[in-house]
Each structure stands twice: as structure tokens, then as C-alpha cells.
Design a protein around this ligand. Sequence first.
Ligand code: NDP
Length: 239
Amino acid sequence: MSRSVLVTGGNRGIGLAIARSLVDAGDKVAITFRSGEPPQELVERGVLAVRCDITEPEQVEQAYKEIEEKHGKVEVLVANAGITRDQLLLRMSEEDFAAVLDTNLTGTFRMVKRASKGMLRARAGRIVLISSVVGLMGQAGQANYAASKAGLVGFARSLARELGSRGITCNVVAPGFVDTDMTRVLSDEQRAGIVAQVPLGRYARPDEIAAAVRFLASEEAAYITGAVIPVDGGLGMGH
Ligand code: NDP
């Protein structure tokens, strides 16, 4: 059955891989993008691309109105959009801290809250949040990012309890290091240092994260909620 699916930040990186995978699964996929133009390959495959900055509540409302009009109420939400603003604590500005929290955590809250209206009425729904291994392990220079990603775990588990009786699942995928624009800014030395700590000895491809998301969004995952699924090559073992 073709479901109405929304992937935030579906224009590149992990979000793009998730959008592709859900189109392949036969879903009616909408993506939000913030800057530039949506990928032509998705547009050609019938994906609805809606411009939306998730830090702007009016844009969020507008995006949902358009998606609901064209695809119906969102039945599967993948909250993927996120940013980094890395800095050591003493050099981290209030603005860098707040911007990361506002996008990664509060932005996700905005998207999930709006989607939950339709899901509650339908007494069904799938919510998947993209956290990070860094939210569980911590990372020097990423206190803001790690706090936002750890926050998603508490957020998801609270929603799993709050929404479970209405047939809505809420789960978290915690990727390790994935080859995207976000990690391409790291130096070769930093990359080598990371890979040395990963039991599988390499970065993930975006489609490997998408595979876990697609499963959690599927009918087969109906009895999984409040879970944190690591897709990190073994980097975060023990968490
Ligand atoms: P990218 O930097 O490649 O893409 C980030 C996406 O988020 C873009 O689509 C971007 O839109 C969107 N975005 C950022 N801010 C906003 C905003 N305010 N409103 C709307 N959209 C926004 O990152 P990745 O694909 O690597 O990361 C995707 C998710 O996975 C993030 O949440 C990230 O934290 C997480 N993650 C990534 C890992 C990695 O190693 N790459 C590891 C663990 C987790 P635009 O194109 O307009 O900027």
C-alpha cells in the first residue's frame, strides 16, 4: 500500500538515500529541502519537494498543508534534517549551541508534533528520528551536537510511551560516520583516526542508514518502538 511519507532534509546525503529507498518501496514520498533546488532524479520519480526551514514554525505549517493537500496526511515521518557547528566548549558561542539545538532537537519536535495530529486521528503512524553515535558516546568539539542527538533519544522514548496506545511507533536510528557533505569537511587525518576506531574499518554509505529506516517504517517493525538502532560499523558498541 502506498503511504504518505515525509523525509526532512531529503535533498542530499542520508535524507536523499532514505527518500530513494522509500520511493523504491512504493511509498508516496515528500521531502523538505531548505536551500538550492530539489534533486531532479527525485522530482522525475514523482517525489513532492517542499521548501521548508524547520527552524521556522510558519514554514513547517505551510509545508504540511501542501503535503496533506497533495499526498494526504503524513503516515510516516523521517526526521533527518540536522546540522553541526563544531567547536571546543570554551570557544562555543551561545549562538552555535542554540542553532544546533534549534535545528536538530526543536526542529524535530516541530515536525513530529505537526505530523502526530494526523497519526493520532488515524490511530497509526511511524516516526523515525535520525540521531547519531555521537549522542550516545560524546565527542570532543561536538557538545552542542551530541546534546541535541542525545535529546532525540529521550524525546523518542517519551513519545513511544505517549503514542504507543494509538498504534504509533517512534524509533531512533543512530548512524556512525557516514560518507556525506557533513563528514567531507573532516581532514584525511581525522577520517583515518575515525576509521581506526570502527570495527568494520570504514565509513557507512548513506543507503546503509536508509535500509534501517525503511525497516523501522515498515509493517514488519510493528512491534518495535522506543528503540535506538545503531548503524555504526560497531563504533558505539556497549550503548
Ligand atoms: P548533510 O549535511 O549532507 O545534509 C543535511 C540535511 O539537513 C540537508 O538536506 C539540509 O538542507 C538539511 N537541513 C539542515 N538544516 C535545516 C533546516 N534548518 N531546515 C531544513 N533542513 C535543514 O548531512 P547528512 O546527510 O550527513 O546528515 C543527515 C542527518 O544524519 C543529520 O541529522 C545528521 O546529524 C545525521 N548524522 C549524520 C552522520 C554522518 O556521518 N554524516 C552521522 C550520524 C548522524 P540543505 O541542503 O538546505 O542545507
